[in-house]
Design a protein around this ligand. Sequence first.
Ligand SMILES: [Zn+2]
Length: 340
Amino acid sequence: MLSIYQKGIVEEICKSYCEGIQVNGKIILKGMVQWIEERINKYCSSEKEAVKELKSKLTTVKVKEILETQPDKLIDIWNEFKIYENLKKDDDDSNTILENIFHYETFRSYRSTIINGYWLAQELGVDCCPYCNRNYTMSHKHNYDLIKKENKYVFPSFDHFYPKETYPLLALSFYNLIPCCNACNSDYKGARDPNDINKSDYKILHPYTDFKNDHFSFDFIPEEYEDLVGKNKKIDLKINYKNNFIRSDLEKSIKFFGILENYSNHRDMIQDIMDKKITFSDRYLSIIQSTYGLDFQTTYKMLFEVHYDDEKLFKLPFSKLKKDVYDKLEEIRKKSTRLI
Ligand SMILES: [Zn+2]
């Protein structure tokens, strides 16, 4: 589990997501508020009283609120509209009006003039899944058909933190769209609802707002330098929780996504970083820094191939695990008389 909050940047992307992009006063990408309003006009054109009532409640201000509100207020907004969850424009329509208006599949299709899923993934730059920090979630344009000059826009799944099947009104709310890998989206989370009061195990933390990356750390046995070398190397991964206020929900979140089970498959990686930490001693790091005029974080990335900065951990797989193993080894080194 990693936080993907980037102060100032996330708010700016959310603003563009809602309002669109203008250059020199000219709209080059239509925002989601305008797009949703067009869909409201299309799918609420009925003489049914309930439909007219729904349309009157979906004002521009309310649509903006639905799209940009913070995660802890999303359920309140849903509760305002829950009475319309089964409302259809025509009784034999397959989708409800709310499903048609806040239509996630259309959002995922690339449209050059409207904010879309590819745009959002590119802007956020969450290159690695925040739930597992194992799989890449990068996006790119792919020349699918060279003759017809057709492109495909490849980008990650967006997990609906509050499932769109249960909360169709929230299917396109900015803070309800978490870029993530297919395994976490489909195999682990599926349509499980963090707001389900009957399933306390589903209450997971929100990657934008609920925690910071230093609220927990991966830890491993051994505790002594002698156990790190030789034939009897023992690696038993566990997690230390550093914030008691959110500990319970963080524990549930890590269990929910099977993090420890998954990471146990990567013991060789832990071994690699242990070997590297021993090989690249502190003295070696200092020499590189002073020789090439590099700071610690750049040197660390060069040698360990991941980020050290908490705010960049979501950019590369296993950054959090490797950082925590590195820090633990540093702790052991400081306690030891030997040179690691
Ligand atoms: Zn994942």
